[in-house]
Design a protein around this ligand. Structure first.
Ligand SMILES: NC(=O)C1=CN([C@@H]2O[C@H](COP(=O)(O)OP(=O)(O)OC[C@H]3O[C@@H](n4cnc5c(N)ncnc54)[C@H](OP(=O)(O)O)[C@@H]3O)[C@@H](O)[C@H]2O)C=CC1
Ligand SMILES: CC(C)CCC[C@@H](C)[C@H]1CC[C@H]2C3=C(CC[C@]12C)[C@@]1(C)CCC(=O)C[C@@H]1CC3
Length: 345
């Protein structure tokens, strides 16, 4: 039986609630008796008990009308990292997040939970069991991450016990699960084009992949623990499956589960990284003439060839977090949820 923590009189708004994580979060909040509204630039299938507000989070007036009577805001909207659009990242993640904070304050919202990213400390070099005390990356791996750093700073600095506006940031890593538009579809597409034969580096690098329901659980716990007298206020929390796995074992389990062969041949990390950098610069130079998007971007190569896993001890200590779905079960549920991506389907 699930214990219900006095949320029934709580009205919350999920910004980005039509997206992958946002939609899972909305479903969990409904299940826990919250009254939920969604604010998003796009709408997917309607949920009967959810009020939907279509708009751009950079538009304060649109936000204000969605924030009426709302006491809790989850902000999990962001342009996709693959869009590789610096201006868009800056406009939405930095200016837009400032606008969200101002609108929340004006509307009398009491609590805000931001979906940040564990990558805010990642510079493309090994991180083993990284804690939240690690400094923000001085050289982030891409513009997306650069703006996620600024976004997290803005939200945590806005936490103000005196005025009663409390904030917290959740830093997930490598979210996967049913309906994910990114990880599994990109992987399968790469495999279909015959490019998933190679392992970058020696294949022993450990990485966190986090099942979406665990990320949702972290968000809900953070919201429910966020009070003026709690240690959660103004802090960032890693939320992972707490089961680091070899990057290439994870990829292989998904691929094999969907009927594709696992990558087998090794390529030196620095060679692939250099090649990816070259291709990325070429794509940038040729952008006015032709548009092509390399699959192996420097960011993806860095993520695929280094150790990067994070400690979630702080979340365990401060909010009683433990993952609710194991990695094995998460992979099984994910594979089963993509029958249309099976080989030969
Ligand atoms: N996926 C991952 O592995 C990780 C994700 N995160 C973070 O988690 C959050 C959710 O990610 P995820 O669910 O994967 O992403 P999605 O792209 O699936 O969801 C984001 C949602 O926000 C919407 N959105 C984008 N721009 C705006 C805007 N200007 N105004 C209103 N809505 C907007 C998107 O619409 P549209 O689709 O039309 O752009 C989409 O519906 C993001 O903040 C991301 O940075 C952190 C760590 C890992
Ligand atoms: C082509 C292959 C070498 C890699 C295919 C899988 C990748 C698409 C994913 C592996 C790790 C993922 C990841 C993210 C996006 C998808 C991957 C690159 C993020 C960048 C999403 C946003 C974040 O905040 C951090 C994530 C890190 C891991």
């Amino acid at each position: 039986m699930t214990t219900r923590l006095r949320p029934s009189n709580k009205r919350c708004l999920v910004i980005g609630g039509s997206g992958f994580l946002g939609r899972h979060l909305v479903e969990k909040l409904l299940d826990r008796g919250y009254s939920v509204s969604v604010f998003d630039i796009c709408q997917n299938d309607e949920l009967p008990s959810v009020t939907f507000h279509q708009g751009d989070l950079c538009d304060k007036q649109a936000l204000l009308s969605a924030l009426k009577d709302v006491s809790l805001v989850f902000h999990c909207a962001s342009p996709a990292p693959a869009s590789d659009n610096r201006e868009l990242f800056e406009r939405v993640n930095i200016q837009g997040t400032s606008t969200v904070i101002q609108a929340c304050k004006e509307a009398g919202v009491q609590k805000m939970v931001l979906t940040s990213s564990a990558s805010v400390v990642f510079e493309g070099k090994d991180i083993k069991n990284g804690k939240e005390s690690l400094p923000y990356a001085k050289k982030p791996i891409d513009y997306y991450t650069q703006t996620k750093i600024m976004q997290e700073k803005l939200v945590l600095e806005a936490c103000d016990r005196e005025s009663g506006f409390l904030t917290v940031a959740i830093r997930p890593h490598g979210i996967f699960g049913p309906r994910d538009p990114q990880l599994v579809p990109i992987l399968v597409d790469t495999a279909c084009r015959g490019k998933m034969k190679f392992i970058i580096g020696d294949g022993t690098n450990l990485v966190d992949f986090t099942f979406v329901e665990n990320v949702v659980h972290g968000h809900v716990l953070a919201a429910e623990r966020l009070k003026a007298d709690s240690s959660v206020c103004g802090k960032a929390y890693h939320i992972t499956n707490d089961e680091p796995i070899r990057f290439w074992d994870f990829m292989s389990e998904i691929l094999v589960g969907l009927g594709y062969p696992a990558p087998r041949y090794h390529l030196p990390y620095l060679f692939v990284y250099g090649l990816a950098l070259l291709l990325w610069m070429l794509a940038l130079l040729l952008r006015p003439l032709i548009s092509f998007k390399p699959t192996f971007t420097p960011m993806r190569v860095a993520l695929a060839g280094t150790h990067h896993y994070y400690s979630c001890d702080r979340a365990k200590d401060d909010m009683g977090y433990t993952p609710v779905v194991s990695l094995k079960e998460g992979i099984k549920r994910t594979v089963e949820s993509y029958p249309h991506l099976r080989r030969g389907a």
